[in-house]
Write a protein that binds this ligand. Structure first.
Ligand SMILES: Nc1ncnc2c1ncn2[C@@H]1O[C@H](COP(=O)(O)OP(=O)(O)OP(=O)(O)O)[C@@H](O)[C@H]1O
Ligand SMILES: [Mg+2]
Length: 225
């Protein structure tokens, strides 16, 4: 078993308007295994978004270390953290953030351009990724011409397109019905099994967790068993 990402005693405090402090994460230690689907679960306000944002270098802990590929990424410059996010990591959010004027194909292609994917391999890669999420027939549809689940699958195709080493998904199924949600999670599982991707997602939906390789439960900023 190979650990790709690990936290060591991370805490995240937020100072709020009235001067008081919220301890959103308290001594969190987790280890993410390469090629697996890990789920972070917990009630609203338990710290899931705070934790996934720190794992994905979108935020820094108040104290503690985040080890990714053997180095503490909290100590890197903003420029290096930006490079990590752009080339090594990918993100899928709750509300699908696709460009509404672009087709599914163009949305994925746009992601590849940002990641500086080789020009002559782009077209093939876009088609491969959209087929991978079962959207071969929706390639030339714009987001407004697709269902919520289809749009989320375009977002997933875009996330996997530049071959990131790790994908973060914060409540990717929150706006989908149960059946579609389970399909999205099943797709994540397939990507880990067939392509060795590492995926971390958050959810507050207990029905999602059975499919995960590993589940961490957060309660009030702490990992509980
Ligand atoms: N920027 C912030 N400033 C102050 N407090 C914050 C901030 N962000 C989060 N918090 C607090 O930290 C705690 C954890 O928030 P977080 O967003 O991580 O929860 P969550 O588990 O993702 O919840 P949800 O399921 O509702 O998305 C909450 O008590 C929240 O109020
Ligand atoms: Mg959240």
């Amino acid at each position: 078993m190979e650990i790709i990402l690990e936290t060591k005693n991370i805490c995240r405090d937020f100072k709020i308007g009235d001067g008081s402090i919220v301890h959103a994460l308290k001594n969190v230690n987790i280890a993410i295994e390469k090629g697996k689907l890990t789920i972070l679960r917990g009630r609203s306000g338990s710290g899931k978004t705070t934790l996934i944002n720190i794992l994905g270098a979108l935020d820094k802990p108040t104290s503690g270390e985040v080890i990714f590929q053997d180095s503490d990424i909290t100590k890197l410059s903003e420029k290096k953290r930006d490079m990590l996010r752009r080339f090594d990591m990918a993100f899928v959010f709750q509300s699908v953030a696709l460009m509404s004027s672009m087709t599914a194909y163009e949305n994925v292609d746009f992601g590849l351009r940002l990641a500086k994917y080789p020009y002559n391999k782009r077209s093939e890669r876009v088609k491969y990724c959209l087929e991978n999420v079962n959207l071969g027939k929706r390639m030339h549809h714009r987001p407004g011409e697709m269902s919520g689940g289809e749009q989320q699958r375009v977002a997933i195709a875009r996330a996997i397109s530049h071959e990131p080493s790790i994908i973060f998904a914060d409540e990717p199924t929150a706006e989908l019905d149960t059946t579609t949600s389970l399909q999205v999670v099943a797709l994540f599982k397939k990507l880990t099994q067939e392509q060795g991707m590492t995926i971390i997602m958050t959810t507050h939906d207990p029905s999602m967790v059975d499919i995960a390789d590993k589940v961490y439960t957060l309660e009030d900023g702490e990992i509980v068993e």
